[in-house]
Design a protein around this ligand. Structure first.
Ligand code: SF4
Ligand code: SF4
Length: 405
C-alpha cells in the first residue's frame, strides 16, 4: 500500500507548506464537485487519482499600490514561487513512490486551440473543491486568510489518500462590489463577467494586442497610418510584455478587494485609505465597441463553429443581454455536426451539450454558415431571409443574437 493512503491529511498539508505552499488541499478525482473537469484532467494524465491544490500568497501591499509595474513585478515573483513549490511538491511525491506532475498554472497554454479552451485545467473549481476558498464577484478564488491576493497551482497525482478536503461552508466574498465599481472596462457586474471585455483590457499586451499589432502592421499602407494605431509607447509596452513574461494592463478587481478583512472591513475607512473609487481618466483602457475611450476592432473570433457555440461564454456580451431569459438550441449539421443549447439568464450564459426541452429559439444551421455568422462575416438576418439556415421560435431574440455574441 502506498504510504500516502495511510498518512493523515493534516500531516501532508504541513509538508506542502514546508515545500513552499502557503495553503493546500487535496481532492479526489471522483469528487462530484470537479465532475466537469474530470475528462480534461484524465486527458492530460490518465493515471490521476487525486489533485493537490495549493496557493501562493502575494504581497497584498504590492498589489494594492495600483502601480502597474509594481503589481506586475509582484505577480511575476508570485509565479516564480509557484513554479518552485510545484517542482518541490511533485518531487516529494515522486521520491516517495508516487507519480506526480504539475499542471501549468497559467502560461504556456495550447494556442492551437485559440480562441477556445487554450488552458488544460481550470484551477479555480479544483481549489474551491479543496476548501481553499470560494469564488468572489470578481471571479477569483477568495482565500479566507489571503483573500483575492493569491495564485493557484494544481498537482496531478496517481495515488489515493486516506481522506480528502471539503469545500468551505462560508462564503469569503463580502459582497461589497468594489470590484464591480472599480473595473475600468465595465466587464464586471453582480451577475457575472464579460470575459472578452476583461481579456481585451487586462490582457491587452498578451494575445489580443499582439494579434492587433501584427494585423495592423500588415494592413497599414503607410507608417503614419500604423503610428496612429500604434504609438511608440504602446509598441514598447508590447515589447516589455513579450520579454518579461506578460504585462497585465489591469487587475483592479483584485487590488481593491477587501475579502481578506472579512467582518473587520470598514467600508468608509477602507475607501478613504485606498482613495476609492479609482479615477481611471488618465489611463489607457481597451474596450471593444462604441463610445469608449479606445475603440478596438473585434479580433478575437472563433476558428470553428464548435468553438463559437461551446465557448459562447467567452464571446458573450453581458451588457447587451439585459432582460433576456431564454434557451437557444443549436442543431448544427455539415462538417461539425452536433447539438448544443445556450442558457441565458440574469446576463450570464452557460452552454451545454445536447437538446433542450422547450427552447425559446431553435437554430438549424450548417456549420460553415454558423461560423461565418459568429465571425460577423455574414449577416444573420440576411442569411435567415435567404434560407441559409432555419430558425424556429422567438424571432426577436434571433435579431438580438449578433449583439449578444
Ligand atoms: S482585470 Fe480589470 S478589466 Fe478585468 S474584470 Fe478586473 S478590473 Fe475589470
Ligand atoms: S471586491 Fe467585494 S464583491 Fe468583489 S470579490 Fe471582493 S469582496 Fe467580493
Amino acid at each position: 500500500m502506498n504510504t500516502f493512503m495511510t498518512e493523515p491529511i493534516g500531516q501532508l498539508k504541513i509538508k506542502m507548506k514546508e515545500l513552499g505552499a502557503d495553503d493546500a488541499g487535496i481532492v479526489s478525482i471522483d469528487s462530484p464537485l470537479i465532475a466537469d473537469q474530470r475528462e480534461d484532467i484524465l486527458k492530460i494524465y490518465p493515471q490521476t487519482k487525486a489533485l493537490i491544490s495549493f496557493v501562493i500568497a502575494l504581497n497584498i501591499h504590492a498589489i494594492q499600490t495600483r502601480n502597474k509595474p509594481i503589481m506586475n513585478y509582484e505577480a511575476k515573483n508570485g509565479l516564480d514561487r509557484l513554479h518552485e513549490a510545484s517542482f518541490k511538491i511533485s518531487r516529494y511525491f515522486n521520491d516517495n513512490g508516487a507519480a506526480a506532475l504539475s499542471a501549468a498554472p497559467a502560461f504556456p497554454m495550447d494556442m492551437t486551440k485559440w480562441a477556445g479552451k487554450i488552458w488544460d485545467i481550470s484551477h479555480k473549481p479544483i481549489a474551491v473543491a479543496a476548501g481553499l476558498g470560494t469564488i468572489g464577484i470578481n471571479r477569483c478564488v477568495l482565500h479566507p486568510k489571503y483573500g483575492t491576493f493569491i495564485l493557484l497551482g494544481t498537482i496531478l497525482i496517481n495515488t489515493e489518500f486516506k481522506d480528502y478536503d471539503k469545500p468551505l461552508e462560508k462564503e469569503v466574498c463580502i459582497h461589497c462590489y468594489l470590484c464591480v465599481k472599480n473595473c475600468p472596462a465595465r466587464a464586471l457586474s453582480k451577475e457575472g463577467i464579460d470575459f472578452l471585455g476583461c481579456l481585451n483590457n487586462s490582457y491587452r499586451y498578451f494575445m489580443p494586442g499582439f494579434i492587433d499589432l501584427v494585423k495592423d502592421m500588415a494592413e497599414s499602407k503607410t507608417v503614419k497610418k500604423f503610428e496612429k494605431k500604434w504609438p511608440d509607447d504602446e509598441i514598447l509596452q508590447m515589447w516589455q510584455s513579450l520579454t518579461y513574461e506578460g504585462y497585465y494592463n489591469c487587475g483592479y478587481c483584485i487590488s481593491v478587494c477587501p475579502a481578506h478583512l472579512g467582518k473587520n472591513y470598514n467600508k468608509l475607512e477602507y475607501e478613504k485609505e485606498f482613495d476609492l473609487p479609482i479615477k481611471h481618466d488618465q489611463e489607457k483602457t481597451y474596450i471593444i465597441g462604441k463610445n469608449n475611450k479606445k475603440e478596438l476592432p473585434q479580433r478575437i473570433l472563433p476558428l470553428t463553429c464548435k468553438q463559437a457555440i461551446e465557448f459562447a461564454f467567452l464571446f458573450f456580451k453581458r451588457e447587451n443581454a439585459k432582460g433576456i431569459d431564454a434557451v437557444i438550441q443549436y442543431n448544427i449539421t455539415g462538417k461539425e455536426t452536433g447539438n448544443w443549447h445556450a442558457i441565458i439568464k440574469g446576463q450570464t450564459c452557460i452552454v451545454k451539450n445536447g437538446v433542450a426541452k422547450n427552447p425559446t429559439l431553435t437554430i438549424d444551421a450548417p456549420s460553415h454558415i454558423w461560423l461565418k455568422i459568429s465571425r460577423k462575416e455574414k449577416n444573420a438576418i440576411l442569411a435567415y431571409i435567404f434560407r441559409q439556415f432555419k430558425a424556429k421560435g422567438d424571432k426577436k431574440l434571433l435579431r438580438r443574437l449578433t449583439s449578444i455574441f
